[in-house]
Write a protein that binds this ligand. Structure first.
Ligand SMILES: NC(=O)c1ccc[n+]([C@@H]2O[C@H](COP(=O)([O-])OP(=O)(O)OC[C@H]3O[C@@H](n4cnc5c(N)ncnc54)[C@H](OP(=O)(O)O)[C@@H]3O)[C@@H](O)[C@H]2O)c1
Length: 236
């Protein structure tokens, strides 16, 4: 960010709470100009107040599964787009059903939000990406491990990982990542474990240094785990 005349532009989806909000806050503090969204207006407005206190933020209420909303997001970001973070995601049915019982209409919705929307946003953003731009797709260990009950959400993240890998092969001039942030104490995590006390899970802020290292570093495109990206000096 330093040494530039214009602040860099980023789109961060799903920034009204959880990881997306923490990342948006960190980027705003570092001088990024942000476009953020979420569906729920109340939480988004509260987040917007906090984000606007630290930086330049355009807040757009909408659903990433909606084509019109995606067009508005990209148009609002200005030129060039330096960073697209596909963070918005849904868990799907809760409590987590086994695949034998998975309601297919719900699975379709999960794929629309977790897979098709990130690809569609990427397609829209690609012509506007600047030199050295970054696409960061937020994935999950559930996309790589076979946990019972996690087949719907997990298969959507596996698809997102593969889209990310192929996009990276097709665009060697860009840095295109998927990143597993690790378990985090968020609404989505509570939804996955409805009656459990999840207070032992780390807050989403702990995943931010790893994400920033991808965004601001020079690591090659690929799939990373945020926990592996913390500087050695602060590793536990
Ligand atoms: N929490 C974990 O343990 C964990 C672990 C591994 C990976 N992840 C991944 O980390 C990312 C962030 O998750 P989180 O735990 O921070 O979740 P979260 O607390 O549920 O936050 C999700 C954010 O995305 C927004 N969102 C959801 N669906 C959207 C849609 N269709 N259009 C626009 N915005 C939407 C939500 O607001 P609205 O609902 O109001 O739209 C909210 O702002 C996700 O990609 C998730 O899959 C989480």
């Amino acid at each position: 960010v330093s040494g530039r005349t214009k602040p860099p532009n980023a789109i961060v989806t799903g920034a009204s709470r959880g990881l997306g909000f923490e990342l948006a806050k960190a980027l705003a503090e570092r001088g990024w100009r942000l476009v953020v969204d979420a569906r729920g207006a109340d939480a988004l407005e509260a987040a917007a107040d906090e984000l606007r206190a630290v930086g330049e933020v355009i807040v757009l209420q909408g659903d990433v599964a909606d084509e019109r909303h995606r067009q508005v997001l990209v148009a609002a970001a200005g030129e060039p787009v330096d960073l697209l973070v596909n963070n918005a995601s849904v868990l799907g049915a809760s409590p987590l059903p086994v695949l034998a019982d998975y309601p297919l209409a719900e699975l379709e919705r999960v794929y629309r939000v977790n897979v098709l929307a990130p690809l569609a946003l990427t397609q829209l953003a690609l012509p506007h990406l600047g030199n050295g731009a970054v696409i960061l797709n937020v994935t999950s260990d559930a996309g790589a491990e076979a946990y019972e009950g996690w087949g719907g959400y997990g298969s959507s993240k596996a698809a997102l990982d593969q889209l990310t890998a192929v996009l990276a092969a097709e665009h060697p001039d860009l840095r295109i990542y998927s990143v597993d942030p690790g378990d985090m104490r968020t609404e989505m995590h509570q939804q996955a474990f409805p009656r459990e006390d999840i207070s032992d899970r780390p807050p989403p802020s702990e995943s931010i240094p790893g994400l920033l290292r991808l965004i601001e570093g020079e690591l090659p495109s690929g799939r990373y785990r945020a926990a592996d990206l913390v500087p050695v000096s602060s590793a536990r």
